[in-house]
Design a protein around this ligand. Structure first.
Ligand code: GUN
Length: 295
């Protein structure tokens, strides 16, 4: 049994947000620019509503010019595209984020393509995905970029290490595996992307020095799937019913924390781990966009 290092997100996010605050002051004082972030939410999915409210709160607290467009779930693709075009053309808007997942009748790829890539603070536009893959600067997807910042903050070596990413989503798995493989600080790892089609997933995850799990299944990863001394990054945010909790649910990760923690060298808690990084990186991307870094 071993006492793992608890990789909390807050100190990392706070350090990033301190830098963001300074940049906001500088942009206002030197260029008269107030960074603008527009967030679009369709429908009333409770988890999405919570995330969007947190983004709104943080933007307001930092003094951004933030707008949230809350639209009914039945909004048509044409109406949504019109809004995205307007935001893309508005000089006051530096960042555009359309909260995923979207209702089934909307083609998320079509929406992503309509966002001006210079304002794509999610880093989901194909231009920005391409920039990430070939190592050009551009907006990086917030959660994966936040994970790399955590690894750097806690001095977790990645160079030459075996990293396994479980999950191949556009939001986390694909960009995270790309970032970990990049030849630079916080990267240079030997990366495997594993997913639900693996014949023996445990055999793959047990190889990992750094194991990131982003599949959206509560407590999916148990101790039998982890090598002794691994660094475990839990990206899951799953709501599970809990009649004893005030809200009627509890948030748990994709990792069975209590069982896996004693085997790990370091592990992110849920909540309190990766989650807060997403917003910090979103704020950083918005400031970078307002500064003209992506133009
Ligand atoms: N849904 C969950 N996480 C994210 C995110 O980082 N960006 C967007 N657009 N939607 C999300």
């Amino acid at each position: 049994m071993n006492e793992p290092i608890l990789l909390k997100g807050k100190p990392v996010a706070d350090a990033i947000l301190d830098g963001v605050r300074q940049e906001i002051e500088k942009l206002k004082a030197e260029k008269g620019i107030i960074p603008g972030l527009s967030v679009v939410l369709l429908g009333d999915d409770p988890a999405s509503a919570t995330y969007v409210a947190s983004k709104e709160r943080k933007s307001k607290e930092l003094g951004l010019n933030s707008q949230t467009h809350r639209l009914p779930a039945e909004t048509s693709q044409e109406e949504l595209l019109e809004l995205i075009n307007n935001l893309s053309n508005s000089p006051a808007v530096h960042g555009i984020l359309v909260q995923a997942p979207l209702p089934g009748h909307i083609d998320y790829n079509a929406i992503t393509l309509a966002i001006d890539p210079r304002k794509d603070v999610d880093g989901f536009h194909p231009v920005n995905v391409g920039r990430l893959v070939i190592g050009l600067p551009g907006p990086l997807p917030c959660t994966p970029a936040g994970i790399v910042e955590m690894l750097k903050f806690y001095s977790i070596a990645t160079q030459g290490k075996r990293a396994v990413v479980v999950g191949r989503s556009m939001l986390v798995g694909k960009p995270l595996s790309n970032l970990l493989a990049q030849k630079r600080e916080g990267g240079n790892a030997i990366v495997t992307i594993a997913h639900s089609a693996a014949e023996d997933l445990g055999a793959i995850t047990r190889e990992a020095d750094i194991l990131a799990v982003a599949i959206g299944r509560p407590k999916f990863l148990g101790p039998d799937m982890v090598k002794d001394g691994a660094v475990v990054i839990d990206v899951g945010i799953n709501r599970v019913d809990d009649p004893e909790a005030k809200k009627g649910y509890r948030v748990v990760g994709d990792v069975d924390f209590d069982a896996v923690a004693p085997k790990s060298m370091a592990i992110t808690p849920v909540p309190g781990g990766v989650g807060v990084m997403t917003i910090a990186m979103l704020m950083q991307n918005t400031i970078a966009s307002a500064r003209g870094d992506f133009s």
